[in-house]
Design a protein around this ligand. Structure first.
Ligand code: NOJ
Length: 519
């Protein structure tokens, strides 16, 4: 299991109200206790924080808010000692406008780094060169008055996109990958992995069709020429060749934002020569609805063909918290969501605090610090990025009692590590016990997933390997499900653990059970 840490919000060791690397190091024993295999840290590199680290101004250093390279090396030493691995966030699609490359590029058309970015002359009417749109609103082009050319940005204007047609950019990134791999990291989560290369001719995107949904619908255009271009695979193959030369099997985990399984499978290359793992974001776009989830799980043929290992995610720093988005604030639903996520075949990625069922906090627009995608909408992304709660003490022990946390902590008594660790029926123990079962039983880890015949509407049930069956009632109505006989080894509410099951299982609304036929 990969555990996602938003470093500003995990643990603050120097009492400035901002989480840091030494804070993470201080909490490694908790992560080991929980049963984490690897940590993915959101960006830790220097950044003016227009997009909280996703606007990098130096790829080979640590942001002073988070500490120093020595603190980072110590984190690697301590994680290695505990058998944990660390993935860093790699942001190759764009830099900050304060990165020295862009500051130079902007100094004139002949600047050494001009061609590190995407520049184009205005259209005939003086407007942007084409119709591409930024994912954070408005045109994807900003005019640089001094040189009279536009530069392209998929996100904020202060996040100029790099020109991945330029070999110097590719070489510079090879060095960046090596810099961190040489320090002992276990790989990268690759930001915007499908978007790095743009159409060379800058062709206009076609309009969205009536059936389109998600981002395409919101933008009103298909990102045909600025995303998911065939040439991006060359870059991914190059990185795979580079990481394959390292001992310890470093991993490339891609944020390739495609919601079609055939397209998603393409990012695994031939199964061995591109990304090791690609986020399957379909769950992030699905309701906690049996029929919808069933369809997603049934549609795995393109991945199976490649023997590709999926990466599942139900929440993150962009899409919101599991307890709020997916479970709508209902703790029973949150338990069902965890039972599902942690019994799927593939690597689950768990967002920090979701193991406690932490809710998203309402952050009013006036105090919002998120200038990204959802800043123009309610709610922004801040509510899912609030500090971890370690105890019921002041600020949940995230930072010193006298410090001001960078985002509100909420009510620590409403869910924190110390209290839930003492309560075997807590959602935290549910996650921990599920992770322990996955680790212990190969069928739960690598066993094939086979959906059971459709039962009552609202019920999702599948087999894992020869031994295990998961039955979930994702509805408010009680249902009885036909299942192979065995014994429950884990139930959502822990009240039925070790109950015998002989062919049919009655489930209350929003509850579920994992059945072991050999018990
Ligand atoms: C995806 C990241 O997860 C998100 O937080 C960020 O704003 C964009 N990429 C731009 O880097």
């Amino acid at each position: 299991m990969i555990y996602q840490i938003y470093p500003r919000s995990f643990a603050d060791a120097n009492d400035d109200g901002i989480g840091d690397l030494r804070g993470i190091t201080g909490r490694l024993d908790y992560l080991r206790w929980l049963g984490v295999d690897a940590l993915w840290l959101n960006p830790i590199t220097p950044s003016p924080n227009a997009d909280w680290g996703y606007d990098v101004s130096d790829y080979c250093a640590v942001h002073p808010d988070f500490g120093t390279l020595d603190d980072f090396d110590e984190l690697i030493t301590q994680t290695t000692r505990r058998g944990l691995r660390v993935l860093l966030d790699l942001v190759p699609n764009h830099t900050s406008d304060r990165h020295p490359w862009f500051e130079d590029a902007r100094s004139g058309r002949r600047a050494r780094h001009r061609d590190y970015y995407l520049w184009a002359d205005p259209a005939r009417d003086g407007g942007p060169p084409n119709n591409w749109l930024s994912l954070f609103g408005g045109a994807a082009w900003t005019l640089d008055e001094a040189s009279g050319q536009y530069y392209m940005h998929s996100f904020l204007a202060s996040q100029p996109d790099l020109n991945w047609w330029n070999d110097d950019v590719r070489t510079a990134f090879d060095d960046i990958l090596r810099f961190w791999l040489d320090r002992g990291i276990a790989g990268f989560r690759v930001d915007v992995a499908a978007g790095m290369i743009k159409d060379r001719d800058l062709r206009d995107n076609p309009p969205a069709a009536a059936a389109d949904h998600g981002v395409v619908r919101a933008l009103g255009q298909r990102q045909e020429f600025n995303m998911n271009r065939p040439e991006v695979h060359e870059v991914l193959r190059r990185w795979r060749a580079l990481t394959d030369r390292y001992d310890g099997d470093p991993v490339l985990l891609g944020e390739a934002y495609v919601l079609d399984v055939e397209q998603l499978a393409a990012y695994y290359g031939d199964g061995r020569d591109e990304l090791h793992l690609v986020f399957n974001f379909l769950l992030l776009h699905a309701e906690l609805d049996a029929e919808e989830l069933r369809a997603i799980l049934a549609d795995s043929e393109p991945l199976d063909r490649l023997e590709a290992w999926p990466a599942w995610v139900g929440s993150n720093h962009d899409a919101g918290r599991l307890a709020t988005r997916w479970a709508r604030g209902d703790p029973n639903r949150a338990r069902c969501a965890h039972l599902l996520l942690l019994t799927l075949r593939g690597t689950p990625v768990l967002y920090y605090g979701d193991e406690l069922g932490l809710p998203e906090l309402p952050i009013p627009r006036e105090t919002s610090v998120d200038r990204g995608r959802k800043a123009t909408q309610e709610p922004g992304r801040d509510g899912a990025r609030t500090p971890m709660r370690w105890s019921s003490g002041p600020h949940g022990d995230f930072t010193h009692a006298a410090a001001q946390p960078w985002l509100p902590v909420g009510d620590p008594a409403a869910g924190n590590v110390a209290d839930q660790a003492r309560d075997p029926s807590s959602i935290l123990h549910l996650c921990r016990d599920l992770l322990a079962l996955r680790r212990h039983y190969p069928d739960l880890h690598t066993g094939p997933l086979k959906l059971l015949e459709e039962g009552p509407s609202g019920v999702l049930a599948f087999r894992r390997g020869e031994r295990f069956t998961l039955a979930l009632n994702l509805s408010a109505t009680p249902h009885t499900v036909t299942v192979p006989p065995g014994r429950i080894i884990l139930s959502t509410h822990r009240d039925r653990d070790s109950e015998r099951v002989s062919g049919s299982l009655a489930l209350d609304g929003w509850s579920g059970a994992l059945i072991d036929r050999q018990h």
